[in-house]
Design a protein around this ligand. Structure first.
Ligand code: EPS
Length: 390
């Protein structure tokens, strides 16, 4: 499969076109809307989320609740657009209208795409950069991920994203939680965290940051269960699924790090404390005693849960701005203040889940074919029988 997204934060709408989704997959707007609503929640969001109520329109590739195999187009309107029609409109400006176009940005925010983007595309108004680099784009990433999640569900896979850390507050890790448990606990939490004690401290940390005109980042984790063994491949660098997942996660706005399984901790341990011993039992087939490697060996899934973490830096828009330079005067100035969230880590857990879901679904279709759902079921069943007794 492949997809592209388009759209600006305060433009009329966000769009995605997905190609390669098999035919006969059941898919409704509600399947997507429920994930869009999850992304909009979370303690620490700003006022924009009160303006938007993200809802998808499916304008191609789905008929009577089933995919046809044709490209799927997803559209999410920006309700805020009505306030921005002149500022963001595509029509050339009439003489004298320049004045009406306020909110020109000439003071780049450190940590945002503003300055590099302005230099690269030679925009004197950095709004041309900000609008597309905004994390508003993650709305359609989640819509695309929701389609991937329908594929995972169809073939019995389960996936959940949740928050492990916000600032210096670390949730207690409970290794025995299943994906179902993670979903139940994190959905009930305002910070999408399974540990209620940490939740209160996280909310306090967010309040403190907000009070200080600051922002705060964190770490999210995605766990996927029932992923068949052998997705991805060791034979070529760009077919390693853990590498593809890492790329996808790193491409999420503000993400600065990715770990698979133990991640960096694996480097600090001896081999005997890292590698997962192999066991076999009749009926179940091969398994690992532990899952330190997060469901991957040799760029391929092992059949154990896929476990991926992503680190999100604090949002760069600060109400107490950092030092910057005005590109018109070259004078030092405080960076521009744009309306922003103080913490978007709970939302980022949903975005990360969408990114990982997409890569797993894509690798799954690579392995099991991609034309029709019934054919893929037959192929999967044959393969599962083969590897169980192998
Ligand atoms: C964002 C700034 C804020 C956030 C936005 C990301 O938008 P605005 O400037 O309109 O208040 O709300 O996030 C979303 C709109 C969203 O849907 O997550 C930024 O600059 O990245």
């Amino acid at each position: 499969m492949r997809f592209l997204t388009a759209g600006e934060s305060h433009g009329p709408e966000l769009t995605a076109i997905i190609e390669g989704v098999p035919s006969q997959l059941s898919l409704t707007a509600e399947d997507i809307n429920k994930h869009l609503a999850r992304r909009q929640k979370g303690y620490g969001r700003g006022r924009r989320m009160q303006i938007e109520k993200d809802q998808v329109r499916i304008t191609s590739g789905v008929r009577h609740g089933k995919t046809t195999g044709a490209p799927i187009t997803l559209v999410v309107e920006n309700k805020d657009w009505t306030h921005w029609t002149k500022i963001m409109g595509p029509e050339p400006l009439e003489p004298g209208e320049e004045e009406e176009v306020k909110r020109k940005i000439s003071r780049p925010r450190p940590g945002h795409a503003d300055l590099n983007g302005a230099l690269k595309y030679r925009h004197r108004d950095m709004r041309n950069v900000l609008e597309r680099s905004s994390a508003r784009e993650t709305t359609v990433r989640v819509a695309v991920g929701a389609v991937a999640q329908r594929i995972l569900e169809e073939f019995g896979m389960k996936i959940a994203g949740h928050v492990l850390e916000i600032g210096d507050v670390v949730a207690e890790k409970n290794e025995s939680l299943t994906v179902e448990d993670i979903i139940a606990l994190s959905e009930a939490s305002e910070v999408r965290c399974t540990d209620p004690n940490a939740e209160e401290k996280m909310k306090q940390a967010i309040d403190d940051a907000k009070q200080n005109g600051d922002s705060i980042g964190g770490i999210v984790e995605v766990v996927a269960e029932n992923v068949p063994v052998g997705l991805g491949s060791f034979v070529q660098y760009d077919r390693k699924l853990d590498a593809k997942i890492s790329m996808s996660v790193m491409s999420i706005n503000a993400f600065k790090g990715v770990e698979v399984g133990l991640g960096f901790e694996a480097a600090r341990r001896n081999g005997s404390k890292v590698h997962d011993e192999i066991i076999y039992s009749e009926g179940t087939g091969y398994q690992r005693r532990t899952n330190n490697l997060g469901g991957f060996e040799g760029g391929m899934t092992t059949g154990m849960p896929v476990v991926v973490k992503g680190a999100m830096k604090p949002i760069p828009t600060l109400y107490k701005p950092l030092q910057s330079v005005d590109i018109e005067t070259k004078e030092p100035f405080s960076a521009s203040i744009e309306r922003s969230d103080s913490c978007a880590v709970p939302a980022a857990a949903v975005v990360c889940e969408a990114a990982v879901a997409w890569e797993i679904a894509d690798a799954f279709l690579d392995k099991f074919g991609s034309d029709t759902i019934p054919d893929i079921h037959a192929h999967l069943e044959h393969y599962q029988n083969e590897v169980r007794d192998f």
